[in-house]
Design a binder for this molecule. Sequence first.
Ligand SMILES: Nc1nc2c(ncn2[C@@H]2O[C@H](COP(=O)(O)OP(=O)(O)OP(=O)(O)O)[C@@H](O)[C@H]2O)c(=O)[nH]1
Ligand SMILES: [Mg+2]
Length: 340
Amino acid sequence: MENTTFCCMLVGSAGAGKSSFINTLIKYVNTTKESGQKMKSYIPTAKSQVMGGHTMTREPIKLTDDLIIVDNRGWHDWNNEAALKELSAQIHGNRSFDDDVKWDDDSESATDDESETTLAITDKVDCTALVLNGIGGIDAVENITELIETCRKNTKRPPSIVITHKDAISDEEVKKMIVFLESEQIDQEKIFVVKNVTSKDESLDDNTRSCICDFIGSCRDDGQAGASAHRRRENVEEKREKKKALVEQKEIARIQQELQKTKITEAKARLESETETKKEMDSMKEAALKREIESAERLQDMSEANRKKMNDLSLKNQSDFYEHQKILLKELYEGRLRKY
Ligand SMILES: Nc1nc2c(ncn2[C@@H]2O[C@H](COP(=O)(O)OP(=O)(O)OP(=O)(O)O)[C@@H](O)[C@H]2O)c(=O)[nH]1
Ligand SMILES: [Mg+2]
């Protein structure tokens, strides 16, 4: 389904006037005749222009039916790689709105409240607005070029620029900032110079009203374009994911096939070795049997020979006996004869 709500996230130094700018936007919406909706309570801002951060978490504010503005924790050091990565992660919806924003790589405190955090809200940021404190000027933001580039790269369009404290700076100072921003390829119509409301009761002057009206219109355009950029990226990512899944599936099938082959080879080897063992056993048994038969035959032969020998012996004995008898009888006969 087409996304019809666009999300614009503010980025800028601590005390630049981001929260105050959101209150200015709320005041505009609440006091615009055609809007017909009185919806917002104002959000807390710093008591004075202190350098320390007042806002610590991002807060999405539904400004109109189709526009969400996200307040952010202030940060000025964009020489810091971790901060640029954090900004990209926020834009791509990889951070929860409940988390304290950590711009630096302070990993020790990063683990403190991790268990308390709720699931990441995957709302993506369609466009960004860089809020600059008119008093500090461009120099208050370190490595602003990289910051603008990171916004541009991740939303596929340059950030809008909001210069605050119009009431406290000269036209000359504003002009200087605009010249620099134009050198960063930011169109003049994307630069909004405002005097924020600093109290609930303050009303908006016509100049500010028209400036805020232009800002909201520009946000809608950028949001719409940014949302399609997200969708295009999602499509590309989806295709990439599908391709990756397909490659993984093929790899799994290949590994399964290899596993199957290995199993078959193992089973064959087992069968072969079993057959081999069986053959060996059979031939051993056969040899043992043969040996037994041979010794049985030898025994039989021996006993045959023995029996023959015994026979011969007994026959010889018998004939000896008869011979002896014969001699005796003969002697007897001859002797008797002599006697008579
Ligand atoms: N005079 C004047 N004061 C402003 C303007 N915008 C903001 N302020 C004041 O500047 C101070 C800081 O404003 P915040 O809106 O809290 O700034 P922030 O950018 O949200 O700051 P963090 O949340 O700390 O990052 C507050 O005291 C505001 O009243 C402005 O246009 N003019
Ligand atoms: Mg704030």
